[in-house]
Design a protein. Structure first.
Length: 326
């Protein structure tokens, strides 16, 4: 009787072990099947987070490292909050990492590093308190996909090249053009500028006046610019428009105090133009100065030095060159 009981318990134990083994095999098979489906669909998850959870993003490409911070929907360069960033480009980077999925997982061939030993791009992202680093290597010449690896994971993956392409910007290329003075040219009422070019020096004052529009009837008026003190003498429209374009245009680059900007140094350049303008609500003070690679702009109250097209400096002509029919 005792022997039969031991035999029965042994058989029950074997049955339980067999059931556990079957369950394990079934679970493993399901996981492998799911992984296979994900790979077939190009949806092997490598990172997933909500964009609002991102707090920091650093990437290195072509020898330059760019470190960005994200807080409350605003992007900033780490250690340099004055630098003006193109939020659209930064958002594209965040979106690429927020849902980073690989197309394939590779076993890896002996001696093959897929360009990961000397990566084309390295990205580190911090979101929801977790930090992950991704290294991108060569591009597959047949599929066009890019090889990548996640820190802490020995596997090599392939992903769509767009996941890396959105990080193809230097810090200078992340700059967003804007008007640092906040000038709307069509609202200006007065402009005065002084130009110093070598031994030559001249000052010009312009005033916006309301005049009847040609062919517009008695009630139609238009804004015309005239030299202060000579309201009856018409000015060349293209020359005036060049001045307005310079004042209302966008800068194309920025040097911040953290980068070593020295606005006061611009005053010693040659040629240099100092400008004051007013729109009835606010007054503006700007300085345009010649530089070896174009023109620099400083704005009163702003510690940065900006890059503008050289045509801006050339727009501020002597009064005689502004008159129509000269």
């Amino acid at each position: 009787m005792q022997a039969q009981r031991r035999t029965l318990m042994f058989l029950l134990a074997l049955t339980a072990l067999a059931a556990a083994a079957l369950a394990l095999l079934t679970c493993t098979a399901r996981r492998q099947e799911a992984a296979g489906r994900e790979e077939e669909a190009g949806a092997i998850p490598l990172s997933a987070f909500a964009a609002k959870e991102l707090t920091a993003l650093t990437y290195t490409r072509a020898g330059q490292t760019v470190s960005l911070l994200y807080d409350g929907g605003a992007w900033a360069v780490a250690g340099d909050p004055d630098y003006r960033l193109d939020a659209t480009k930064c958002d594209a980077m965040a979106a690429a990492l927020a849902d980073l999925r690989a197309i394939r997982r590779l076993d890896g061939a002996a001696g093959e590093d897929y360009g990961l030993a000397e990566p084309s791009l390295t990205v580190t992202v911090t979101a929801a308190g977790r930090t992950g680093t991704f290294t991108f290597g060569d591009t597959n010449p047949v599929t066009g996909d890019i090889y990548l690896q996640k820190a802490g994971d020995d596997a090599v993956y392939t992903a769509a090249p767009a996941k890396a392409d959105c990080f193809g910007y230097s810090l200078e290329e992340l700059f967003e053009p804007f008007n640092p003075a906040g000038i709307t040219a069509s609202r200006l009422e007065k402009i005065a500028y002084t130009c110093r070019a070598g031994a030559e020096r001249y000052t010009v004052e312009l005033t916006a006046l309301s005049a009847p529009a040609d062919g517009g009837g008695e009630a139609a008026y238009q804004t015309v610019w005239r030299l202060a003190g000579d309201p009856d003498a018409p000015l060349e429209e293209e020359a005036v428009q060049a001045i307005l374009t310079a004042l209302g245009g966008y800068v194309t680059g920025q040097t911040t105090p953290a980068m070593g900007a020295d606005p006061a140094a611009c005053a010693g350049c040659d040629p240099v133009v100092t400008v004051t303008a007013a729109d009835g609500e606010k007054e503006y003070a700007l300085t345009y100065a010649a530089a070896a690679d174009g023109c620099r702009l400083t704005v009163e109250g702003d510690r940065s030095v900006y890059t503008v097209d050289a045509a801006a400096l050339a727009a501020f002509r002597p009064a005689g060159q502004l008159r129509a029919g000269r």
